[in-house]
Design a protein around this ligand. Sequence first.
Ligand code: HEC
Length: 131
Amino acid sequence: MKKTSIFTLIAFVLLSFNSFGQEAWKAPESATSLINPISAKKAKASAKRGAITFNKFCIVCHGSKGAGDGPGGKSLTPKPANLTSLRVQDQKGGEIFWKISNGKGPMIKWGPIIKESDRWDLVNYIRTLKN
Ligand code: HEC
């Protein structure tokens, strides 16, 4: 094997490991079919309620604008997600709802803590954070 191809191989292996480590959190397929029970007409009022819940439970890690820069997230690995990002905003409401409900690592499993309708209010609020 030529020296250059060995380097290419090593670089490839290192890059792969790196992206495995940072693999984006994916909700299961079934989550995509969860339907937001709050009608579009009521989404604005729902988001307003969601903001109150967000400021109570989420702001410490995700930050006041949801950018993932709250003081409580500074020492966490992985860092709290930037909820304004396309990566999050491109997901279905059901996926965001599922992640809030089930948690992962330092992201708390909110299902047993925050009642279902309040979690949908959070999804509607997160939609308003899109930049
Ligand atoms: C203790 C810190 C902490 C708190 C409090 C917290 N989160 Fe998180 N959150 C995280 C971390 C860390 C991640 C990234 C988890 C990962 O990717 O493995 C995350 C990820 C998420 C995601 C997934 C984004 C994605 O698709 O990758 C959503 C949605 C979310 N949080 C919403 C919330 C909501 C809503 C609340 C409040 C009810 C909340 N979080 C409270 C730390 C926190």
